[in-house]
Each structure stands twice: as structure tokens, then as C-alpha cells.
Ligand binder design. Structure first.
Ligand code: ZN
Length: 434
């Protein structure tokens, strides 16, 4: 079942011709309109005319998350401000978020790629889709929302949270599909099981789950508890949001990347060399149709591999494997990107606190938990109980403001957090997601 059969089953030669045309157009666009890209390309000795084949993408400089941060908020926009109709944002490594801008055309393209993803899940206008991703600056809610409307299905924009109401509406409104993070789906499922809910009262058939890594074991559990097919959707704010790639119901193995809108490379994260098909490397994405904020060779830091074999569903767009981990220290907690460096930036300079911390991430009852251990400064005597209580509140608030997540804060005695140079020592992740 396709949303856009001609595009989704386009012969590869034609698809590659279209990719090249769009790549050339995108490179010209950023070269003309974005000084950062122009300077980078000049430094690399490459001009838009040098892009003659798809392989020439390798001549182009990479874009990193830090580039988005350094050019906050509008420095990488390639369209005039009056053409930007939407802003989304996600966490950066420190302080300021990274911002993405969309023209009206970008919003259309986004709806189109999400509609294709929903087609992969066999969602049609006959369906009722509960969107339980957060709505707001986060791309999940509105990203799925516009795709569901494009398909012509009924959208129920419950957003995240308020589980009891979610479940009530799911039953009363007869949702046939749900879109949310896989951990939230599991939480809903277990909530239903624990109350002895009769699942036959739900009409749910399919789930579109993404915004965080998950495992086959989680998929089995969700499918068994909810009696649905659970499918993986991929995307990131820097390239558009959810909808970059999606598993199809036919294969339920690997995610089709919409190659007419996104060109992908799988590279050795250290050398930057291309990896052979089937071997794991870093996913690097060049947007091919974005106007507001195109990205050239964006380093996602997500590890995956190409599945070279054709898919039984008949789509010609190649698949990538379910994500295999990350090349950096970014954590995804309840769908929110968290970097250890953000914690550091939040606590540094608070009197009475030493800049030493440890993050302990866990999944308890299918909900991600984040405990932050922070050391007290030696000069602060721990028997100053009232002072410590005030600090507890001040530090929690400071961290929560920066990362946008509630945390459990544990103030530790001076010297009790192990000293280490390695970044991995600042995080203990007990979740086993890869
Ligand atoms: Zn397929």
C-alpha cells in the first residue's frame, strides 16, 4: 500500500537523476544564500559547478550540530525571513537550542514524507490516528499531525501525557493507530494490562513509534500487549523532523529513506570514508528539497547500515537498519535529546556546588528516569541542612530549565564522584537500548 506510488516505486535510475538535479539546486541555493556554507565551500575549494554526479557530494563540507548552535538562531537559513512560516527547535549540546525554519513548501514536503510513512503503516483516510507525541517546538506532534491530515485520516491530537485521558479517548474515539515514543506506547500498554482492561474494546491496529531508540524486544512486547503492528519511524529536527525514513508493514525490517528528499551516506565516523553496503557506520544526510534550512552532509551521529536488498513491498527507496547506537554522548530520554555537557553548563557557577556530576539513566516501569548526582563543594558543610535543601531546589531547577526534563537530583559529599577524564564516566545508562 503506497501513499505516492509513482514516487515510492520510481526506478532507481530516474530517482538518482532526480536526486542529482535536486542536490545541484540545493548546493547552489546554500552557496548563494548562506555565507557559512559559501565560506566552507570556498575553503574546501569546491563550487556548485563541481557537483556533476551524486558521488561529488563527497566534495562538500560536513555540517555538525555545533554549526547549528554557532549560527543560532537564523544563520543557516537559506530563505528570506518573510518566507519562513514555522520554527521548531530541539536541544543543543549547551544552553541554546538548535532552531530549524520551514517555508510553506517545506511544511508541504514534510507532510508528504510523513504521509508516505503512514502509507508504509497502511494508514488510510479510513483511520483515526491518535498523535501522542508532544506538540510544540518538538517536531514529533506537529510533524505527524500534518501527515495524518494529508492522508485524510482523522487526527486526534492528544499530545503527550495524561495517560488516563489518553486511554479513555483511545477507546471512545476508536483510534485505529497511535503515534508516540515506543516507551510511551509500552507504558500505555502496561497500564492497560495492569488494570485488566479488555483489549477487544480498542480498535487499535498499528503504531508509528520513534523519536528514541528501541529494541526488537520492546517491539515484541508492545505488539503482544496491544495486539498491534509496531513500526519504526526516523527523523531529526536538523533535517526536517519525523518522516525521513520508515519501516514498511510488509517487511517490518529496515526503514525506507525517502531518497528524493534526503540523500544519505553511511560513513566511517572517524575517517569519513564511505562504508560498503551492509556495514555499520554513521548516517550522514543531505536534504534535497528543503528551502528554509537545507543541510549539507549533516552528521547525525546515528549508527546504522544500508540494506542493499530490494524490499518485498516494492518501494525502490533503499532501507537503513534500525539504529545501532551513537557516535557521540547524546542521550535520548523520554524522546528528549540530552547531552552531559548541558548538565555541566547548568550547574557551573552555582555557589556551594562542585562542577562534578554523574548521570544515571534507567527505565523504570517503561519510563525513562534521569538521576543527576552532583557534588557539594568542600566548603559547604553538609550539616547546614537548610542551605542544602535550598541548593537541592536551585540545582534541580537550573538543570530542568536547560534540558527540559524533570530529574531526580542527588547531592553528593565532596570527593565522592569518581574522577575521570573519559566522557563515558559521566553517564551510566542502564537501559540497554542497542
Ligand atoms: Zn518495504
Amino acid at each position: 500500500m503506497y501513499w505516492n506510488e509513482p514516487m515510492e516505486t520510481m526506478p532507481r535510475e530516474a530517482l538518482q537523476r532526480l536526486q542529482l538535479e535536486r542536490l545541484q539546486h540545493t548546493v547552489r541555493r546554500v552557496y548563494q544564500n548562506v555565507p557559512v556554507y559559501r565560506t566552507r565551500m570556498q575553503e574546501a575549494g569546491v563550487s556548485p559547478e563541481d557537483i556533476k554526479t551524486l558521488c561529488d557530494v563527497r566534495l562538500l563540507p560536513f555540517t555538525q550540530k555545533s554549526d547549528l548552535r554557532d549560527n543560532y538562531p537564523y544563520g543557516l537559513f537559506a530563505a528570506p525571513q518573510e518566507e519562513i512560516v514555522r520554527i521548531h527547535a530541539s536541544s543543543g549540546t549547551t544552553g541554546k537550542p538548535i532552531v530549524a525554519g520551514y517555508t510553506a513548501h517545506d511544511v508541504q514536503v514534510w507532510a508528504e514524507v510523513v504521509a508516505r510513512c503512514l502509507g508504509c503503516a497502511h494508514i488510510t483516510r479510513a483511520d483515526t490516528v491518535q498523535v501522542s507525541y508532544g506538540y510544540g517546538l518538538f517536531t514529533g506532534g506537529l510533524g505527524l499531525h500534518y501527515g495524518v491530515e494529508k492522508v485524510g485520516a482523522k487526527v486526534v491530537p492528544t499530545s503527550a501525557g495524561n495517560t488516563q485521558r489518553q486511554l479513555m479517548l483511545m477507546e471512545d474515539l476508536g483510534a485505529t493507530a497511535i503515534a508516540c515514543t515506543p516507551s510511551y506506547a509500552l507504558m500505555l500498554a502496561e497500564g492497560l494490562r495492569d488494570t485488566g482492561f479488555d483489549m477487544s474494546r480498542l480498535k487499535l491496529k498499528t503504531g508509528v513509534f520513534g523519536a528514541e531508540p528501541w529494541t526488537e524486544a520492546m517491539r515484541d512486547e508492545i505488539q503482544k500487549l496491544l495486539g498491534i503492528k509496531a513500526l519504526d519511524i526516523y527523523g531529526l529536527t536538523e533535517t526536517i523532523g519525523p518522516g525521513v525514513a520508515m519501516e514498511c508493514l510488509e517487511a517490518q525490517s529496515g526503514l525506507h529513506m525517502w531518497e528524493d528528499h534526503f540523500m544519505f551516506e553511511i560513513l566511517n565516523p572517524d575517517s569519513g570514508e564511505a562504508m560498503p553496503d551492509g556495514e555499520v557506520g554513521e548516517l550522514v544526510i543531505t536534504t534535497l528539497s528543503k528551502e528554509g534550512m537545507p543541510t549539507l552532509r549533516y552528521r547525525t551521529h546515528d549508527l546504522t547500515a544500508v540494506i542493499a536488498e530490494p524490499c518485498p513491498c516494492g518501494r525502490t527507496h533503499r532501507r537503513i537498519r534500525r539504529l545501532r547506537g551513537r557516535t557521540d554522548d547524546m542521550l535520548i530520554i523520554r524522546g528528549i535529546n540530552v547531552f552531559p555537557s548541558q548538565i555541566e553548563s547548568a550547574i557551573v557557577g552555582i555557589p556551594g556546588i562542585a562542577p562534578r556530576y554523574l548521570l544515571v539513566v534507567d527505565r523504570v516501569d517503561n519510563r525513562d528516569t534521569l538521576e543527576v548526582q552532583v557534588e557539594l563543594a568542600p566548603e559547604l558543610l553538609s550539616d547546614e541542612v537548610r542551605r542544602v535543601e535550598a541548593l537541592q531546589q536551585q540545582v534541580s531547577r537550573a538543570i530542568e530549565q536547560v534540558i527540559g526534563l524533570s530529574v531526580k537530583l542527588k547531592l553528593m559529599n565532596p570527593g565522592s564522584i569518581q574522577r575521570s577524564e573519559g566522557k563515558s564516566q559521566r553517564v551510566v545508562d542502564k537501559r540497554k537500548l542497542y
